[in-house]
Ligand binder design. Sequence first.
Ligand SMILES: Cc1cc2nc3c(=O)[nH]c(=O)nc-3n(C[C@H](O)[C@H](O)[C@H](O)COP(=O)(O)OP(=O)(O)OC[C@H]3O[C@@H](n4cnc5c(N)ncnc54)[C@H](O)[C@@H]3O)c2cc1C
Length: 416
Amino acid sequence: MKTVLISGGGIAGPAVAFWLRRFGFAATVVEIAPGPRPGGQTVDLRGVSRVVAERMGLLPAVAERQVHERGLEYVRSDGRRSAAMPAELLDGAGPVAEIEILRGDLAEILAGATSEVEYLYGDSVTALDQDPSGVDVTFASGTTRRFDLVIGADGVHSRIRRLAFGPEDEFVHHLGGYTSYFTVESPEDLNHWMKLYTAPGGRWVGLRPDRDPRSAKALLSFRSPLLSYDRRDVEAQKRLVRSRFEGLGWHTEHILKGLDAADDFYFDTTSRVVVPQWSRGRIALVGDAGYCGSPMAGHGTALSLVGAYILAGELAAANGDHSRAFVAYQARMQPYVDQRMDLPPGGIKMAMPMSALGIGYRDLMLRVMTSRLMSGVIAKSAAAKPDAIDLPEYPEYPECSVERGHPLRVAAEEAE
Ligand SMILES: Cc1cc2nc3c(=O)[nH]c(=O)nc-3n(C[C@H](O)[C@H](O)[C@H](O)COP(=O)(O)OP(=O)(O)OC[C@H]3O[C@@H](n4cnc5c(N)ncnc54)[C@H](O)[C@@H]3O)c2cc1C
């Protein structure tokens, strides 16, 4: 039985552990947090990611915790609606999809579905040393273990990527913003709408429905060049966020009060992750660690679930021959990843204008787009494009699917 260490117990990590176990591998997950991390807003399961969740048997648990959102409403500083994008407008391709679930709930469901997997919470990898037959791993706790393979599922700031592939700035491209998510008491009945107030200076203040209508998922995002801060110092990050939002209208003051008390605060850059080759010898990347279009592009959860399935499935199909499997994994996934990395038209500048004039222009565009005259045309042009990937049925899948001579396979064979 091949042993696989997975760094990161978010979405991609438990998902790949689930499938590896199903296919007969021994999976161990190391997660730096003391347990499954709560927090985050709603994420969606659409297209092939929904099929993967179904094959994992997760849909009944997801259905139990599903959040129903009617769409996205843009509000002014006094709370009046300036534009709205109902879920059905973009025919499922817009910001709100058919199946929405809180990210923290999905993380919990995945942890439950992998309860037989070995989890090492509160620990992390500090060194990796691979040779032709395995990888020696040193943990922050001081222990050392040897695994056949190592998978980096440790998010945008992946330590595995840094140790095995190179420094973060080679792969992570800052898009000019930061986002924080946390739970607050709901200051109004959101009536199943996500509400977003845009303040001058490129700032978003948002509230998204929670499962419990008495609370809401707050979002505070701002445009900024790269900042230097301690990623482990949550209180300093809260102070940083507070300093950017004090004095703004709508429910900002209420949300900032909730910020101090929040125990599920999450803060990170708005960044894209592009890694040309997702494996180095016996080490591979999955999810945000390897490919991420940023929260503005969305699809992070979908890419993680599908990537985890394909990675584990190709390892099974290649009978554990990682060099063939890793190549097949990337060859299958790359078109889908490329398809799902794009930002909405106009990118962060259009979405988060700096001036009141820019906000007025954006809202006018939104009203035109959602007007009765235009909405049919927009719905047609934005209609959900089929996912650029076919999902194989792995247990019956006999062989590594990438033919000899494929550039990725050649590169991997050379790297071996
Ligand atoms: C708390 C939280 C809330 C989020 N909320 C949202 C949201 O509301 N909307 C959205 O679009 N995306 C959100 N994301 C990001 C989203 O989960 C991912 O884009 C997507 O699901 C891909 O998942 P992932 O497993 O690759 O990365 P992540 O979900 O980021 O998981 C990575 C995991 O690795 C762990 N980790 C990090 N460094 C190490 C290390 N050195 N050793 C071991 N473990 C490590 C992290 O603690 C985390 O659990 C959130 C992420 C987190 C962690």
